[in-house]
Design a binder for this molecule. Structure first.
Ligand code: AMP
Length: 117
């Protein structure tokens, strides 16, 4: 299930390049093009869902696979013990730019407070 106009669907399909960090049958993790931390990886389901609510509503098992992959990314990046942050923006107030659900994995330095003022 893909959206031909979706940036991340194009990455999944190989029509746009990405730096892959981890891949399973249904999940892809790749480096953010504009990293905000030494580790900044995006973890997505290969199928297109616009946001977390759509994903969890349609396929909670896939949501669990995405979360497990995020933990796998933290491990593979060597930040599992030093600490890491998982972030998913949903909608305009959160600043969601790409309407294909994605989880940011940040790590590799102290990440500061959870929210800016
Ligand atoms: P969000 O604001 O949560 O929707 O985050 C979207 C993220 O996608 C941003 O951190 C962008 O830097 C990132 N991004 C946009 N285009 C690409 C791309 N082609 N490859 C990797 N990351 C991208």
């Amino acid at each position: 299930m893909n959206d031909p106009d979706c940036l991340f669907c194009k990455i999944v399909g190989g029509d746009l390049p990405s730096t892959k960090v981890l891949e399973t049958e249904r999940v892809l993790a790749f480096r953010d093009i504009n990293p905000h931390a030494p580790t900044h990886v995006l973890v997505i389901p290969k199928d297109h869902y616009a946001n977390v609510a759509e994903l969890t509503g349609a396929d909670p098992g896939l949501a669990a696979e995405v979360l497990a992959a995020a933990a796998g990314v933290a491990d593979a990046e060597g930040v599992a013990d030093s600490g890491w942050r998982l972030l998913a923006n949903s909608g305009p107030n959160a600043g969601q730019e790409v309407s294909h659900v994605h989880f940011h994995v940040f790590g590799g330095r102290p990440l500061g407070p959870m929210l800016s003022a």
